[in-house]
Design a protein around this ligand. Structure first.
Ligand code: GDP
Ligand code: MG
Ligand code: ZN
Length: 317
């Protein structure tokens, strides 16, 4: 039987909604294929590219999964310690969302996020939301970090749900590939997703007035299209559990490699295994003293180094 190429949009237990050129098809997974994936807790997740066969009744069966790139995972809860639980496959870009105020921009959170993105080889960007709340007190603080992160090469977007500032620019930045929004609660992730999501009510149908007015809460994983629902559209992956974008698996000795501006100087320290902490002849500390490297980033580095050394790997606290 001929198979059709698809993209997994939603995953709810054993049912997978797969987008194909012929529309969205509700699929199960072929048992044999599932058995081949013993190492993963979930053989098919949102973002997976799959081959499906279409049944006579219009439903489908996933018969093959393409190799994944840029996956995002957390350690699985349950018996097997360290088992990987993939949340989203084929992630192209992760955006950390922060707000100008309420809550105030948190560079420590941003740095942890950037380190994780560098470690996983995922492109990273920064969204600064609630631009309408900018005031004189916030201005200098924010301007400093905007210059810092832009200087490191991370793209920055400036948005406001209140005024609509930056929303179309953000939509353009996401018009292809699979993206996620990561950030502490209250910064406006759900608001941004809803602003970018076209025709939510039309698509889900039959939802009550009160639900429409209420906050969108994530109870299942899905890819939300930015614009028309097509296989080559841009998508935002919305999945519970993204908070645990932790420092999983990073060793103290390699942490500095994920601070992009440290990289060029790592072999200039006196000791090859320098952790840039207390060691003499540390070039990184020298460059911080000379104001070549930002002390704010160095402090983030030291905080993360302590977390990694203590085995405390949570992000964003
Ligand atoms: N002033 C202002 N408030 C915003 C903006 N975006 C979101 N909010 C508000 O911030 C609160 C938290 O937003 P929410 O989207 O739930 O944040 P999340 O926890 O990151 O998903 C809500 O009361 C929103 O109405 C913005 O651009 N400006
Ligand atoms: Mg939310
Ligand atoms: Zn050093």
């Amino acid at each position: 039987m001929d198979s059709v190429k698809g993209l997994v949009l939603r995953s709810t237990g054993s049912r997978h909604e797969v987008l194909t050129d012929e529309g969205v098809i509700s699929c199960t997974i072929r048992g044999k294929f599932r058995l081949q994936e013993e190492d993963a807790t979930n053989p098919v997740v949102i973002g997976d590219r799959v081959d499906i066969q279409i049944n006579n009744d219009g439903s489908g069966v996933i018969v093959e999964r393409m190799e994944r790139h840029g996956k995002l995972s957390r350690r699985a809860a349950g018996r097997k310690v360290g088992r990987e639980h993939v949340l989203i496959a084929n992630l192209d870009k992760a955006w950390v969302v922060q707000s100008v105020r309420k809550p105030r921009m948190n560079p420590g959170f941003i740095d942890r996020f950037l380190v994780m993105a560098e470690y996983r080889g995922i492109e990273a960007g920064i969204i600064l939301n609630k631009m309408d709340l900018m005031d004189e007190r916030a201005e200098d603080y924010i301007a400093f970090f905007v210059e810092l992160y832009s200087g490191l090469g991370y793209p920055m977007m400036f948005t406001s749900i209140e005024t609509g500032e930056g929303i179309e620019e953000l939509r353009s930045a996401m018009d292809s590939g699979i993206h996620v929004l990561v950030g502490p609660s209250g910064v406006g992730k759900s608001s941004l997703l809803n602003a970018l999501r076209p025709n939510l009510e039309l698509r889900t149908g039959g939802i009550s007035e009160s639900t429409q007015k209420g906050k969108h809460t994530t109870t299942y994983a899905e890819l939300v299209p930015i614009g028309a629902l097509r296989m080559d559209a841009g998508f935002i992956g919305d999945t519970p559990g993204l908070r645990e974008f932790g420092l999983v698996d990073i060793q103290a000795g390699e942490l500095s490699h994920y601070f992009v501006e440290f990289r060029d100087h790592l072999n200039e320290c006196r000791f090859p295994n320098c952790t840039h902490d207390h060691e003499p002849g540390c070039r990184i500390k020298e460059l911080v003293d000379e104001d070549v490297l930002a002390v704010e980033r160095y402090e983030s580095y030291i905080n993360m180094l302590r977390s990694v050394q203590l085995g405390d790997q949570d992000v964003g606290r």
